[in-house]
Design a protein around this ligand. Structure first.
Ligand code: ATP
Ligand code: MG
Length: 442
C-alpha cells in the first residue's frame, strides 16, 4: 500500500465521536428518563395541562424577539445557521417558551379563552460543557396563557412542589421575587444606573456593556468578584407600586395557605427580558455551581410582542438532566428493572420454530419475552443461554430442546425463587407461565 492508501484507510476506520456537550441516552439510564417522563405526564394531567410540541428548528427571529437581544442566550448561546436553499435565518431552539407562544399565536389557540399547556424536548445552547450544563439538554415546561390573576402563579408553583415531592427530591428551595411593571422597573433602572456608574471601575466587561443596554441584567451576573457590589444595589422591590405589591402578596398568601415555604430573593431577575411581576427559581445546594433546577414567572408582555393579541401568561421550565442528577444525589432513582418477564431458550432448527411461536404467544398475552438469538446465527449451549437469561432479570425461563420437542413439551424454570423446573405441555406454556408469574409476584 502507498502512504496515501494507508492514510485513507486510517481515516476511514477512525472512530467518529459525538459532539462535545451533547450526550447519548444509553440503555442503562433509559428507565430513569422513562420514570421521570411518566411522573411529568401524570402531573400535567392532574392539573389539566395539555401537551404542545413545536419543531426543534425555528426562525431565528422567534428567539431574538421572544427572549430578547440582550440576553446570554441570544447574544452568545444560540446555534444559528442559514438555510442553504433559501437563505432563511434558522436556530436550534434554546428554550421552549418563545416557540410555544409563536405556535399558539399562529394556530389561534387562545382565541376562545385561556389555555394550560406543557412541552418537553431537547434544547440547544452553545455553553461551556460541565456538570449540569450541556449543549444539548432537555427541558420540561408548563405555560398558562390568558390568566392574569395571582391564583395561576400559585398553581404553577404548587405543581413544581408536587413534582419535587413525587420525585423524592431533597433540599429544593423556592426563591421568589417580583419584577413589577415596566414603569416601576424604569424608576428602579435609573437608580441602578446611578449606583453602578458611581462604581463603574468594579464592573466587568459584560456588565459595563449591560449598564447601557439592560442594567437589570447586571444583577443576574455570576461573576463572584461583583457579588458584593450587586448586594448593595438598589432593590426593585422598593420601587413597586400598590398593584404590583398586591399581586405579589396574594401569590405569597396562596403559597403560605398551601404550606409552601419560599424565600424572597430581591436579586432574582431571571435570564429572559420580558418577565414581569412574579419570578421564581427552585435551587439546591446539592449540585455544585449548576444549582438551579427550574425557574419561571410571569411574562405578560410576551404574546403581544410576538405579534399576538395582548394576553397575560406565566410558566416555568426545568432542566431534566439536573433533576435526574438531584434524584441520584437524593437516592430516589427507581431501581433498575428486569428487561423481560420470560426468557426463551432453544437449540435451533425445529426447536427455534417452536420457541418463536411460544414467545409470540406470550407477548400477545402481555408477557415481556426475550427469545434467545445466537450471536453466530447457529446455536449456543444451554449453559451460555442460561447466563443470558439470568442477566436479563427474567423471572422464568422457558426451555425447548430436541428432547422436549419430541415429547411436545417445554421446561418452565424458576430463575429467581426456588430454581424449580417442571415439564409443561407445549400448548399449556402460556397458562403455566401466567400462573407462575402471578404466583411469584404474590
Ligand atoms: P443557568 O442560570 O443555569 O444558565 P438559565 O437561567 O439559563 O440557567 P433557563 O433558561 O431558565 O436557565 O432554563 C430553565 C432550566 O433549564 C434551568 O433552571 C436549568 O435547570 C436548565 N438548563 C439551562 N441551561 C442548561 C444547560 N446548558 N444544560 C443543562 N440544563 C440547563
Ligand atoms: Mg443560562
Amino acid at each position: 500500500m502507498t502512504d496515501q492508501n494507508v492514510k485513507d484507510k486510517v481515516q476511514k476506520t477512525q472512530k467518529i465521536n459525538g459532539v462535545r456537550g451533547m450526550n447519548d441516552l444509553l440503555p442503562a439510564d433509559a428507565a430513569q428518563w422513562a420514570h421521570l417522563e411518566h411522573v411529568l405526564r401524570d402531573l400535567t394531567r392532574a392539573y389539566g395541562y395539555e401537551f404542545l410540541r413545536t419543531p426543534i428548528v425555528e426562525a431565528t427571529a422567534v428567539f431574538q424577539r421572544g427572549i430578547g437581544e440582550v440576553t446570554d442566550i441570544v447574544e452568545k448561546e444560540m446555534y444559528s445557521f442559514e438555510d442553504r436553499l433559501n437563505g432563511e435565518h434558522l436556530t436550534l431552539r434554546p428554550e421552549g417558551t418563545a416557540a410555544l407562544v409563536r405556535s399558539v399565536i399562529e394556530n389561534n389557540l387562545i382565541y376562545e379563552g385561556p389555555k394550560r399547556l406543557w412541552y418537553t424536548g431537547p434544547m440547544f445552547r452553545h455553553e461551556r460543557p460541565q456538570r449540569g450544563r450541556y449543549r444539548q439538554f432537555h427541558q420540561f415546561g408548563i405555560e398558562a396563557l390568558g390568566f392574569a390573576g395571582p391564583d395561576i402563579d400559585a398553581e404553577i408553583i404548587l405543581m413544581g412542589q408536587r413534582l419535587w415531592d413525587e420525585l423524592g427530591l431533597k433540599g429544593v428551595r423556592l426563591e421568589i421575587n417580583s419584577l413589577g411593571q415596566a414603569p416601576e422597573r424604569a424608576e428602579h433602572r435609573a437608580a441602578l444606573v446611578t449606583y453602578f456608574e458611581k462604581n463603574k471601575a468594579q464592573l466587568d466587561e459584560d456588565s459595563q456593556r449591560r449598564l447601557i443596554t439592560n442594567p437589570l441584567r447586571i444583577l443576574d451576573s455570576k461573576n463572584p468578584e461583583m457579588q458584593a457590589l450587586i448586594e448593595g444595589a438598589p432593590k426593585l422591590l422598593d420601587f413597586l407600586g400598590e398593584e404590583s405589591l398586591k399581586h405579589f402578596n396574594a401569590v405569597q398568601a396562596l403559597l403560605k395557605a398551601n404550606n409552601i415555604p419560599c424565600k424572597i430573593n430581591p436579586r432574582l431577575v431571571r435570564g429572559l427580558d420580558y418577565y414581569n411581576l412574579t419570578v421564581f427559581e427552585w435551587v439546591t445546594e446539592e449540585l455544585g455551581a449548576q444549582g438551579t433546577i427550574a425557574g419561571g414567572g410571569r411574562y405578560d408582555p410576551l404574546i403581544e410582542r410576538m405579534g399576538g393579541k395582548a394576553a397575560p401568561a406565566c410558566g416555568w421550565a426545568m432542566g431534566m438532566e439536573r433533576v435526574l442528577e438531584l434524584m441520584k444525589v437524593s437516592g430516589s432513582l427507581p431501581e433498575a428493572q428486569a428487561q423481560c418477564d420470560i426468557f426463551v431458550l432453544h437449540q435451533g432448527g425445529e426447536t427455534l420454530t417452536a420457541a418463536m411461536i411460544i414467545a409470540e404467544r406470550l407477548r400477545s398475552a402481555g408477557i415481556d419475552t426475550i427469545l434467545f438469538c445466537p450471536p453466530d446465527g447457529q446455536s449456543a449451549s444451554f449453559k451460555s443461554q442460561m447466563k443470558k437469561a439470568d442477566s436479563s432479570g427474567a423471572a422464568f425461563a422457558v426451555i425447548i430442546g430436541p428432547d422436549e420437542l419430541a415429547k411436545n413439551e417445554a421446561q418452565l424454570k424458576d430463575l429467581r425463587g426456588t430454581g424449580e423446573q417442571k415439564s409443561v405441555p407445549l400448548d399449556d406454556v402460556l397458562g403455566a407461565a401466567i400462573d407462575a408469574l402471578v404466583g411469584s409476584s404474590e
